[in-house]
Write a protein that binds this ligand. Structure first.
Ligand code: TXA
Ligand code: MG
Length: 321
């Protein structure tokens, strides 16, 4: 799908929401309003669609994304909601609270969306357009703020159009966001609650429900950019390897893979970086499952989304702490 050259916000009526839903179901990118900021949405269950989010934002890293859901029931299919997580959801959903919980065993969300972590961030937005869209698609929508990486988050449809013109398929206009600040992010793992990102739902509001909340200091390791400490393959990873050694698995890229007897996966036979990003986490896991002595990774170009791929690979190759 080629994004339109001039991106004009589309008034979010039923017809537009229908078209947005069709677009999402074929892997398109649709920006939509939430009560906090505009989100850049994609089908969270599609590796390809999620990879396009990172490409459109120009993110140098695969930060984990929030999966937006229609309610507690959909949330329960994605993550393991403990009693405490359910209490928080009932108290603050729909609303600007994101819960980070362990991924459910059969979680359908792309590994790329949770950046290879064992946890998943979930939220039910409090905006009629966001809710209508998710209900129409009947799938969780991965959505970071709809701005180019490093820029200010958008609170109007026009902000989105200004920043992402030519990079996404559609912007649903649901008026200015009422909250204007990204959601509070809280992790609830093993009944330990930690505030990962402050927001309009305050620490005090959360503590009224769950008692004293751990300081964010320890939580820094779960913040974006610190992914190596959370997910690296068991096998050691060797980068820029034109050919694998015996006993190594080979993670290739492009049409010219050397002959190899051991496990092989190709990130993209056509050297398409978006496809490579979509395959990255799943293929690292797939090769790791063969228990090779190491994983030799072919050189990946560093342009565009290739920068994020190389960043992630570097973290996977870093000595484990
Ligand atoms: O209000 C919002 O949350 C907006 C709207 C669109 O919903 N979205 C948003 O997404 O701000 P983003 O991608 O800009 O921020 C997501 C935050 C990041 O700080 C990320 O580190 C954290 O959520 N996050 C996502 N998954 C996580 C995980 N598994 N573990 C820890 N943190 C996670
Ligand atoms: Mg953001």
């Amino acid at each position: 799908m080629t994004p339109p050259a001039a991106l004009t916000p589309t008034m979010a009526n039923n017809d537009a929401i229908d078209r947005a839903s069709q677009c999402l179901l074929v892997g398109g990118l649709v920006a939509f309003p939430t009560e906090t900021v505009y989100g850049l949405g994609a089908d969270a269950t599609s590796d390809q669609a999620v990879a396009r989010i990172f490409e459109a934002k120009g993110r140098p890293q695969f930060n984990p994304l929030i999966s937006h859901v229609s309610g507690v029931e959909m949330a329960g299919q994605l993550g393991e909601l403990s009693g405490l997580a359910l209490e928080l959801a009932h108290a603050f959903w729909p609303g600007p609270l994101t819960l980070v919980v362990p991924r459910a065993p059969n979680c359908p969300v792309s590994l790329l969306a949770s950046a290879g972590l064992d946890t998943i961030a979930i939220r039910m937005p409090n905006h009629p357009v966001a809710q209508a869209l998710i209900s129409r698609v009947q799938r969780p929508l991965a959505a970071p703020s709809a701005n180019p990486s490093g820029r200010v988050s958008p609170t109007t449809a026009q902000h989105v159009a200004d920043g992402l013109d030519g990079r996404i398929d559609m912007v649903l206009d649901g008026g200015p966001c009422t909250v204007g600040l990204e959601s509070t992010v809280v992790s609830v793992v093993s009944d330990q609650v930690r505030l990962l990102r402050p927001g309009t739902i305050t620490r005090e509001q959360l503590e009224a429900l769950c008692g004293v909340i751990e300081d964010t200091k320890g939580a820094a390791i779960e913040a974006p950019g610190m992914l190596a400490s959370h997910y690296a393959p068991n096998a050691s990873v060797r980068l820029n390897a034109s050919a694998p050694a015996d006993n190594e698995a080979h993670l290739g890229f492009g049409p010219d893979l050397p002959q190899h007897d051991g496990p092989v996966a190709n990130l993209s036979p056509t050297a398409d970086l978006v496809e490579a990003a979509a395959n990255l986490f799943a293929m690292l896991r797939q090769l790791d499952a063969e228990s090779p002595r190491g994983i030799a990774v072919m050189p990946i170009p560093a342009d565009g989304i290739g920068e994020a791929i190389n960043d992630r690979l570097k973290r996977a190759a870093a000595p484990k702490t």
